[in-house]
Ligand binder design. Structure first.
Ligand code: ATP
Ligand code: MG
Length: 305
């Protein structure tokens, strides 16, 4: 019995070593050198418009295009990426913040090679983190730049200071809105808040739950014209997703719709959006300013100002 337990432990240790070795190989691979990830904040003015569904299905579409994607669930306290993946991670970002776990230990495995990190109640802890420990956190989280090509951050609904700090610190902003007037009004308020902080930001926009292509394109056009005219801000319309029963059905199954219903309209549209996203340029011109390390540095700067 004792021998068997010992043997089992050796096997598990071996597996851990194997895993660590493959992760180290990933870090040393040529493509991982001197490179940082595109950090994209998925946000909205109003809540419940489809951010989390867009985030996880976009991650799958991007992964199908050959990108390494990591999702950071920054909807603190109300984490829902794990709910939609049907996976409960053992640890959260808070464990990295307090140096209890390594980044590798909090990275949970999602479908199709996607990894995700649950934010836990992290934002409060991040804000409280002493400056000596901030450096260590930046170093730890900086590993994500080597492990991912694209980091998608699912933020809480916008318009609060904390969410704005995340949104402004990201390399790119992806704003989700539905055609409902309340959702569009709040999206416009968010666009205005961004323009006040940085008028050179380009905001990418996705219309979710549109009735048809005409309705979606009409809203995209109007938003672009209004933002340019009144705020002198450029929007980048990325596309739309129609109202589709496949979405709530997949949510009930706790699976991404693009995996449960790959032939659905919503899956086709998310694929179109992912292609446009890959083709589109990032917001920051200097590559040394991009990536998760710089994102966290900007976040810390904005909360201590
Ligand atoms: N294209 C769509 N077609 C039909 N229903 C949709 C679509 N997109 C989203 N929904 C519905 O809206 C619900 C909310 O979506 P989701 O959780 O992604 O929104 P959210 O913006 O992340 O919300 P929160 O602000 O609470 O985090 C889904 O559970 C689903 O029922
Ligand atoms: Mg959500």
């Amino acid at each position: 019995m004792k021998d068997q337990a010992e043997r089992l432990r050796q096997i598990i240790d071996g597996l851990k070593l194997h895993q660590a070795a493959s992760q180290i190989n990933m870090l040393n691979s040529e493509s991982a050198q001197n490179k940082s990830a595109r950090v994209i904040a998925v946000t909205s003015g109003k809540g419940g418009v489809g951010k989390t569904n867009v985030t996880i299905n976009l991650a799958i579409a991007l992964s199908e295009l050959g990108k390494r994607v990591i999702i950071l669930d920054a909807d603190f306290g109300l984490a829902n990426v794990d709910v939609l993946f049907g996976i409960t991670p053992k640890f959260t970002l808070v464990d990295v913040i307090y140096n209890r776990k390594s980044l590798f230990e909090v990275l949970a495995d999602g479908p199709r090679n996607i990894k995700f990190i649950s934010g836990g109640s992290g934002v409060e802890d991040l804000v409280k983190l002493e400056s000596t420990h901030r450096e260590r956190f930046i170093e730890n989280i900086g590993l994500l730049d080597k492990l991912a090509d694209i980091i998608l951050i699912d933020t809480g609904a916008g318009l609060s200071e904390n969410v704005m700090s995340f949104v402004m610190a990201a390399d790119e902003i992806l704003l989700v809105t539905t055609p409902e007037p309340t959702s569009i009004t709040d999206a416009y308020v968010l666009i205005k808040m961004v323009s006040k902080r940085d008028k050179d930001k380009v905001i990418k926009v996705v219309i979710n739950r549109a009735e048809n292509a005409n309705e979606a394109n009409d809203i995209l056009n109007k938003l672009c014209v209004v933002a340019e005219k009144f705020l002198a801000l450029k929007l980048n319309p990325l596309g739309y997703i129609l109202q589709d029963e496949a979405v709530p059905r997949a949510v009930k199954l706790q699976q991404p719709f693009s995996l449960s219903f790959p032939k659905s309209q919503a899956s086709k549209h998310i694929m179109d959006i992912s292609r446009k996203l890959v083709d589109s340029k990032g917001n920051r011109l200097q590559s040394e300013d991009t990536g998760i390390r710089n994102f966290v540095k900007r976040f810390f700067n904005s909360i201590t100002m």
